[in-house]
Ligand binder design. Structure first.
Ligand SMILES: [Zn+2]
Length: 319
C-alpha cells in the first residue's frame, strides 16, 4: 500500500492526514497555525506533522509518495510558489521548494479551495465526473473548477474565483474592490447577516429566542432552524438567500455546463432544504433546460476532510 500526505493549511489550524491509495485518511494530526509568525516556523511545524504521521504507521518520509498542501492565496501549482497570501501576510513564498528541502520528497501546492474541490472530485461528491464545479459556502464563497479531469485556474493561476463575479451591479461592497460580488449574497456569512437584519426589523420574531437575544450568536443555521420550526420570516430570509445562491450557480452552469455541482460548507448539512430550491431555480433558468443531459446539484460529501484528501491526491493530476 502506498501512502500520501495531505495538508490543509488554514488561518487557525494546520491539519495533516496520511491518505492511502483508496483516498482514505488513515491517520491525522493538527496543530495551531499561531499567526502571526514567520513562514519558516509554519513550514517547520508542517514538516513535523508529516514525519510524525509517517512514524505512526512505522514509515519514514522515504516511504511517502508525495506531500500535497492546500493553502490560501494565489498559488502556482507548477512551482509551488505562493505569490500572495493575504490571510497570513506572506508575499512571494517559495512554499513548495522550502518544504521539499525540509522533507526530501516531492511537494505539490494548490490553492485551498482548489484542493478541496479536487478532494470531492477524487473521492467525494464529484467522483466519476469529467467536468464539475465545487462551491463552498463559508465566510466567502470558495470554488474549484474541474475541466476534463483537471483543476482549472487560468493563465496566471488566479482563475476560479467564482465568488467574485458580480451578480448585483453597484451592490454590496466586497473586500476585492468590486461591489455586488456573489459571495456578498451567497456566503454563509451573508445568510447570517441577512438574518440579523431581518431580526432587527422584527423584534418579536422567534429567532431572538433561538439565540437567547444575542445577535452575535446568529449563524447561517439560525434561519434554517426557525424555518424548520415553521417561522415565516425565516422562510422568507432563506428563500431570498437561496435565490442568490441559485442565480450565481445558474450563471456558472450556463458558462460551463458541468455534469455536477457540489455545495459544501456548514450550510450543506441542511441537505434537501438547501438543494431542492436551488435545483428548482436552476431547472427554470438554465439555458440548456430542455437538454436531456442536465447539471445535477448535490451536497459535498467529504466536508472538512476534502482539503486533506484533495491535497494528498494532487500528484494524481500528473499521472
Ligand atoms: Zn469580490
Amino acid at each position: 500500500m502506498k501512502y500520501y500526505i495531505g495538508i490543509d493549511l488554514g488561518g487557525t489550524n494546520i491539519a495533516a492526514g496520511l491518505v492511502n491509495e483508496d483516498f482514505e485518511i488513515v491517520a491525522s494530526k493538527s496543530c495551531p497555525t499561531a499567526l502571526p509568525r514567520p513562514a519558516a516556523e509554519v513550514e517547520a511545524d508542517m514538516a513535523k506533522l508529516c514525519t510524525e504521521l509517517a512514524a505512526e504507521k512505522g514509515l519514514t518520509m522515504a516511504d511517502i509518495g508525495w506531500v500535497g498542501i492546500g493553502t490560501p492565496g494565489a498559488v502556482n501549482p507548477i512551482t509551488g510558489f505562493v505569490g500572495f497570501n493575504a490571510n497570513f501576510g506572506y508575499r512571494d513564498w517559495y512554499l513548495g521548494k522550502n518544504m521539499e528541502a525540509l522533507l526530501g520528497c516531492k511537494v505539490y501546492v494548490e490553492n485551498d479551495a482548489n484542493a478541496a474541490a479536487y478532494g470531492e472530485y477524487a473521492a467525494g461528491a464529484l467522483k466519476g465526473a469529467t467536468n464539475a464545479i465545487a462551491i463552498t459556502l463559508g465566510t466567502g464563497v470558495g470554488a474549484g473548477i474541474i475541466l476534463d479531469g483537471k483543476l482549472y485556474s487560468g493563465s496566471n493561476h488566479a482563475g476560479g474565483e467564482l465568488g467574485h463575479m458580480v451578480i448585483v451591479k453597484d451592490g454590496r461592497p466586497c473586500m476585492c474592490g468590486r461591489n455586488g460580488c456573489w459571495e456578498k449574497y451567497a456566503s454563509a456569512r451573508a445568510l447570517a447577516e441577512d438574518t440579523v437584519e431581518a431580526m432587527k426589523q422584527n423584534p418579536d420574531n422567534m429567532m431572538w429566542k433561538l439565540v437567547d437575544g444575542d445577535l452575535s450568536e446568529v449563524g447561517a443555521k439560525t434561519a434554517f432552524d426557525a424555518l424548520h420550526a415553521g417561522d415565516e420570516l425565516a422562510k422568507a430570509v432563506v428563500a431570498n438567500y437561496l435565490e442568490y445562491v441559485a442565480c450565481g450557480l445558474t450563471n456558472l452552469i450556463n458558462i460551463f455546463q458541468p455534469e455536477i455541482v457540489c455545495i459544501g460548507g456548514g450550510v450543506s448539512k441542511q441537505g434537501s432544504a438547501l438543494i431542492d430550491p436551488i435545483q428548482a431555480y436552476v431547472d427554470e433558468e438554465d439555458y440548456a433546460r430542455n437538454n436531456i443531459s442536465r447539471t445535477r446539484i448535490v451536497c459535498a460529501e467529504l466536508f472538512n476532510d476534502a482539503g486533506i484528501v484533495g491535497a494528498a491526491m494532487l500528484g494524481k493530476q500528473e499521472a
